[in-house]
Ligand binder design. Structure first.
Ligand code: SF4
Length: 347
């Protein structure tokens, strides 16, 4: 399968950090999908033009990271800097400018009232950020909304439609148009394709790659499973229980996953080739019983599930440490020889 992550001619990617996240911590919060896992000290940075996938199940903290950076949820500790400017130090006026530099796609595309305002027409919904930031006249807002809709593959016939008239993929297209209409530098997407069928997922990811290239975007995109984002990501960060457990470039994560949770996630997706699927080793065998935790211990959060758990894992939480070549893993006994066939084919 051809990788969708952009190596297209003309694509620019430089090492200057656009986003820096340092030791982000939040309280656990109740949400529609149950309790959201608190963030327990998450740090990473993103270069200009990079796409980083954040992968983890709904209570992993992946969505929480995006919500905090987008300003939708407060952090009780840690720092977020964009272009070297700390978001926490901004006054109201500067915060408005800051928000214009970030595009956000959140919500469930299967729900007609969740992702885009249900009372607005599509054209009004896309023009809304322009009106809020008072950057254009009414006529210019309208023209720019139509141009942006065309950019995401929705013709003039969609302008008067409302969310309930659209398919889930069309709702994601409208949400993307709303997110990029102010020409942001950073695009944050919370699980934009997790609930879509395979064809819809492919359409949205292809659009995302095109927008990233044409608009010189830096993208942070979350998903419950690596298969939903590895195609478009330069790097992937795997989260579990509010912590980062592994970070690797796309090919390394697919070919040499090192954390038992990453192996578990990757092996949960059947391979398209049945012969290859039947030959594949299953790395995860549940332990009879996890090592006992004593009072005062700080066990690894994956202890109860991990097939590789040892007594040390019950007393000492592993730190995220780099195994070399930019592949940090938080595990005392990482997989070193595993070669799990990728569900996406060759990287
Ligand atoms: S530290 Fe131990 S329990 Fe945690 S993931 Fe690694 S092997 Fe498993």
């Amino acid at each position: 399968m051809r990788a969708l992550h952009s190596e297209e001619p003309g694509f620019t990617f430089d090492a200057t950090p656009l986003l820096e996240v340092d030791d982000l911590r939040t309280e656990a919060a109740a949400g529609s999908a149950g309790e959201t896992e608190a963030l327990r000290g998450v740090s990473f940075s993103m270069s200009n033009g990079e796409t980083l996938g954040i992968v983890g199940e709904p209570d992993s903290g992946a969505s929480e990271v995006i919500a905090v950076i987008a300003g939708l949820r407060p952090a009780w500790d840690g720092r977020v800097r964009i272009d070297g400017i700390s978001v926490a130090g901004l006054d109201r006026h500067d915060m408005r400018d800051h928000r214009a530099r970030i595009g956000v796609v959140v919500g469930n595309p299967l729900d007609p009232v969740d992702m885009i305002p249900p009372a607005m027409t599509v054209a009004q919904a896309v023009a809304e950020p322009l009106r809020i930031h008072r950057m254009y006249t009414r006529r210019e807002c309208q023209d720019r909304a139509e141009e942006t809709l065309a950019h995401v593959g929705l013709g003039p016939g969609y302008a008067r439609a409302r969310s309930a008239d659209l398919t889930p993929v069309e709702r994601v297209r409208v949400a993307l148009a709303r997110a990029v209409v102010l020409q942001p530098r950073l695009l944050l997407l919370d699980a934009p394709v997790d609930r879509l069928p395979a064809l819809g997922r492919k359409q949205v990811l292809t659009l995302l790659v095109r927008l990233r290239w044409e608009l010189a975007l830096t993208c942070l995109v979350s998903a419950a499973h690596p298969a939903s984002v590895t195609e478009v990501s330069d790097r992937v960060m795997v989260m579990y229980a509010g912590r980062t457990v592994e970070v690797a470039d796309r090919a390394t994560l697919l070919d040499s996953p090192a954390h038992p949770y990453t192996l578990d996630l990757l092996s949960s997706v059947p391979l398209p080739d049945p012969a290859r699927e039947s030959r594949r080793s299953r790395p995860v065998t549940r332990p009879e019983a996890a090592p006992a935790v004593s009072e005062g211990d700080t066990p690894c959060a994956y202890l109860a599930t991990c097939p590789r758990a040892q007594p040390r894992c019950a007393s000492e939480a592993p730190a995220l440490s780099d195994r070399g070549l930019g592949h940090p893993v938080a595990c005392h006994y990482p997989e070193t020889l595993a070669r799990v066939p990728s569900p996406l084919g060759e990287a």
